[in-house]
Write a protein that binds this ligand. Structure first.
Ligand code: HEM
Length: 124
């Protein structure tokens, strides 16, 4: 594995390590206040990024395209912003970061849909 799939899996695994360690800290402390932020780090960071990486590995033509690189960058930026954004929102420290992160996250999925439709289908 190399290129975009490798980068996506590397970022996904980093998210999983941080997200799981966060889960262990929540369990040990008994404080589950930030569990929605933990859940989004694991699901958007680990699961979604790994799914994107899997797709781009299986469809190298799509993975080599510029739009796929943009899609991955937007998805990673979305995770990086939405996770602390959710934690801030829970702590009533503002919702702006969560809003920006959520918009980037849905934008990344819209771009992924475009990649899928334009580059994901096998030739007839
Ligand atoms: C070492 C691994 C993990 C530990 C120790 C852990 C621990 C926890 C804890 C303590 C909670 C709070 C439960 C509650 O308040 O009822 C939680 C919630 C949650 N976790 Fe994890 N977790 C781990 C990995 C994961 C992974 C890999 C995912 C997803 C891929 C995940 C998804 C979730 C979800 C969806 C919730 C519910 C959040 C909510 O209700 O707001 N967790 N986890």
């Amino acid at each position: 594995m190399k290129g975009l799939p490798f980068i996506l899996f590397a970022v996904a695994a980093i998210c999983a390590v941080i997200g799981m360690a966060w889960g262990i800290v929540m369990s040990a402390s008994g404080d589950h206040t930030l569990s929605p932020a933990h859940a989004h780090l694991n699901l958007l960071g680990w699961v979604s990024l790994a799914l994107f990486g899997t797709f781009y590995h299986l469809v190298p033509n799509a993975g080599a395209s510029m739009i796929a690189k943009i899609q991955a960058a937007v998805a990673i930026a979305g995770v990086v912003l939405i996770v602390p954004g959710i934690a801030m929102a829970i702590n009533q420290a503002g919702e702006a970061l969560a809003k920006i992160g959520s918009l980037l996250t849905i934008l990344s999925m819209v771009i992924f849909l475009i990649v899928l439709v334009t580059k994901g289908r096998a030739p007839a």
